[in-house]
Ligand binder design. Structure first.
Ligand code: B12
Length: 164
């Protein structure tokens, strides 16, 4: 097994070796959205960072994300929404995860989540209310989400063995 080296952003760095499930993530573009390029770049960056990526591509339903996460025992679902209907498409996602037994699943969303210019604080609040753990504004670089993901996985998974 190739260990995923997760680096904590604390003063003293610690390295953490996790099992396959701790480094498996599901990606896709939700709803009727066919913008594929940003999501492809995200997938590539995640793989480069050591993650196993279950890439569902475009036109992905909430159910497809959830089934893939269950089948692969994934640590996180990263939702892309580019065409501006992110709120509509993501509504009820957390509840469906819980109903399917994915309690505490890490849920991230990014892309161009709403149409036109909006106060980002409002958009972020809406997604947080919907149960997303992290929400990213347009043009967020994958590296930002990857750093958060590593820290969140370390924080969530109690079975990660840490070593100095
Ligand atoms: C190319 C393009 C298309 C192509 C897509 C081709 C393809 N195979 O992908 C085509 C022509 C098909 C298309 C169609 C449409 N498009 Co278009 N399209 C674009 C365009 C020009 C570029 C998108 C792109 O690839 N950007 C480059 C990638 C690298 O950037 P990105 O997608 O933002 O992704 C990055 C980040 O957002 C981030 N990211 C993405 N997902 C996630 C997820 C997480 C968790 C994180 C952390 C980060 C993250 O990481 C990526 C890499 O850095 C944009 C305008 C623009 N300049 O952005 C409009 C744009 C996205 N399109 C738009 C629209 C409205 C449409 C249509 C509805 C138009 C229409 N009326 O038909 C349709 C929708 C079709 C559909 N069903 O999806 C709007 C969206 C409006 C909004 N959200 O506010 C935009 C912004 C144009 C505009 N200014 O109005 N489009």
């Amino acid at each position: 097994m190739i260990p995923l080296t997760l680096t904590l952003s604390h003063k003293a760095e610690r390295r953490t070796e996790c099992s396959l499930k701790d480094r498996t993530v599901v990606t896709g573009v939700i709803g009727a959205d066919s913008h594929s390029i940003g999501n492809w770049i995200l997938q590539y960056a995640l793989r480069e960072a050591g993650f196993e990526v279950v890439a569902l591509g475009i036109l992905v339903s909430q159910e497809d994300f959830i089934h893939a996460a269950i089948e692969t025992d994934a640590a996180a679902i990263l939702v892309s929404s580019i065409y501006g209907h992110g709120i509509l498409d993501c509504e009820g996602f957390r509840e469906k995860c819980e109903e399917a037994g994915l309690k505490g699943m890490l849920l991230y969303a990014g892309g161009n989540l709403v149409v036109g210019k909006h106060d980002w604080g409002e958009v972020e609040r809406k997604f947080k209310e919907m149960g997303f753990d992290r929400v990213y504004p347009p043009n967020t670089l994958p590296a930002t989400a990857i750093a958060d993901l590593k820290n969140d996985i370390i924080a969530r998974r109690s079975n990660c063995s840490t070593r100095p």
